[in-house]
Design a binder for this molecule. Structure first.
Ligand code: NI
Ligand code: MN
Length: 231
C-alpha cells in the first residue's frame, strides 16, 4: 500500500483494493504541488469536515473522476446537491466498500461550510477516519483537539499509521499530538496540518524528537509534499 502526502491534511492511499483521496485542498493551497486535474482514477474522496481547507476541491474531483464522496450525512447532503455520488456516514458508523472499510470517528472541531459572507451552512460534525485496506488500519484524525477516546481507538485497532495534526492554533499542537500518539499506539505516525500558512508553522523535527522520547513505540515519519511511503 502507498500513502502519498499532498500537503496540509490531504493524503492519497493506493492499495490493492483501490484509490482513496482524503481532504483534497489543492487549488487554494500554497504548498500543494498537484492540482485537481492530476487525479483521473479515484474510487473515493473522503472529507473530514466542511472547512475550506478540507472540503477544498473534493466536489470537483469527485465529479470529474466519478469517485464517491464520503462524509458525515449533512456534509454529504451538501455535496450531493452538486450532483456528486455520495455515501453518508456518521460518527461510530462504518461501511465496507470494495476499496476498503471506512469508519467515522469523532473529532473535536467545527464543520461549518462558509458561505463567504461570514455566515455558515451547517456541515454536521467534524470527523476523523479509520480506514482498513489490505487488512491494515489507518487513522486520519481530521482537524481535532486531543481527546481521551483516542485511547479506545488505539486499544481496538492495530494501527499501522496515524496521520495527526500538529499545527496548533486550530488543532492539536506538537505536545498534544505526542500524547495522542501514546494513546493510539500506531506503528507509524505522520504529522500533518502544519506549515501551510504562517499561523500554523511548526518545527516538525522537534515533533519527531519529542515523539521518539515520549512514545518510542511509534515511528515518526516526516513526509515532504508529494512524498510517498510504503506500508
Ligand atoms: Ni477545520
Ligand atoms: Mn483545517
Amino acid at each position: 500500500m502507498q500513502v502519498i502526502f499532498h500537503s496540509h491534511a490531504c493524503f492519497e492511499i493506493n492499495s490493492a483494493q483501490g484509490k482513496i483521496l482524503i481532504d483534497p485542498f489543492l487549488r487554494d493551497n500554497p504548498k500543494a504541488i498537484v492540482s485537481p486535474d492530476d487525479f483521473q482514477e479515484l474510487d473515493a474522496v473522503l472529507v473530514s469536515h466542511g472547512h475550506g481547507d478540507h472540503l477544498g476541491d473534493a466536489i470537483e474531483i469527485a465529479l470529474k473522476t466519478g469517485a464517491i464522496l464520503i462524509a458525515n450525512s449533512e456534509l454529504a447532503d451538501f455535496a450531493a446537491r452538486s450532483g456528486v455520488k455520495v455515501h453518508r456516514l456518521h460518527i461510530g458508523g462504518k461501511y465496507q466498500f470494495p476499496f476498503g472499510t471506512v469508519k467515522l470517528t469523532q473529532a473535536i472541531h467545527g464543520s461549518g461550510i462558509a458561505n463567504g459572507d461570514g455566515t455558515y451552512l451547517y456541515g454536521g460534525l467534524a470527523c476523523g477516519f479509520l480506514i482498513q485496506a489490505e487488512g491494515k488500519w489507518l487513522y486520519h484524525a481530521g482537524d481535532t483537539g486531543l481527546f481521551g477516546d483516542m485511547q479506545i481507538i488505539g486499544r481496538y485497532h492495530d494501527l499501522e499509521l496515524a496521520m495527526l495534526p500538529i499545527g496548533d492554533n486550530y488543532v492539536m499542537g506538537p505536545e498534544d499530538a505526542v500524547i495522542a500518539a501514546q494513546m493510539l499506539r500506531a506503528k507509524h505516525v505522520v504529522p500533518m496540518h502544519f506549515d501551510t500558512f504562517p499561523l500554523i508553522r511548526q518545527d516538525a523535527g522537534n515533533f519527531l524528537d519529542l515523539l521518539q522520547r515520549k512514545a518510542p513505540e511509534c515511528v515518526g515519519i516526516l513526509l515532504d509534499v508529494g512524498q510517498m511511503m510504503e506500508l
